[in-house]
Design a protein around this ligand. Sequence first.
Ligand code: ATP
Ligand code: MG
Length: 257
Amino acid sequence: MPRIIAIANQKGGVGKTTTSVNLAAGLARARQRVLLIDLDPQGNATTGCGVDKREATPATLEVLTGEVPLSAARRPSSAGFDVLPANADLTAAKVLLLQQERREFRLRDAIAGLEDGYQYILIDCPPALDMLTVNALTAAGSVLIPMQCEYYALEGLSDLLDTISDIAASANPGLHVEGVLRSMFDPRSRLARDVSEQLQKHFGERLYRTVIPRNIRLAEAPSHGLPVLDYDRSCVGSTAFLTLAGEMLRRHHLKAT
Ligand code: ATP
Ligand code: MG
């Protein structure tokens, strides 16, 4: 059975897509079979792994509406993992799903119809607690929350944690926080260190030891349609995502034994 991880935070621009694409690449480097699902109409994860979003049909929309099975819409990326692409058409899903039965279960049902073979399925969520994110949280086993260590970062976190609890109490009993990731971290900033300390107190072991530093290479890589590991293997961003993949695999290995 694959581990299905939603990468979610309703705050915009906190590093969800950067984490999705580069963690997928890091896990793939560690010989894991990975599927990355782009669940955001912005389609940034799609572009970030080299798929042209204008030509990406069928895509996540057609899978959610049940027009095609997931296996017919996913495709290999050059980065060593498969991707289910998305584009602006996915905006229509929010309205289309309202008329459908089991509307919050559409993604879970689509994944259940997939043959085995993936070790990891990562879901890049949009910056909203909307029906798309609800589909991700209903399909996932756990949630990875990227956070910027800034003043407003903790605001809104309780809404996300409440949503996770609500879904765990109803549609998806096993759902839990996989981990909290400090993204775009600047160790010289006093505020970043203070927020980091609060996160440590609140989340303890669930706060990843690995920190993703602010790194220009991470921001440049998507414009080349590449995960950072394929763009500049030796930059600090690449090292950070390889370390994060290792930390995740170690945690899962310890849990499994
Ligand atoms: P959205 O909420 O719009 O989906 P997001 O949470 O997916 O955004 P990203 O798109 O990953 O966030 O990142 C926002 C911006 O910050 C992007 O331009 C990205 O390239 C840049 N960025 C992300 N992480 C880093 C980093 N560690 N160092 C430098 N730039 C970064
Ligand atoms: Mg994004």
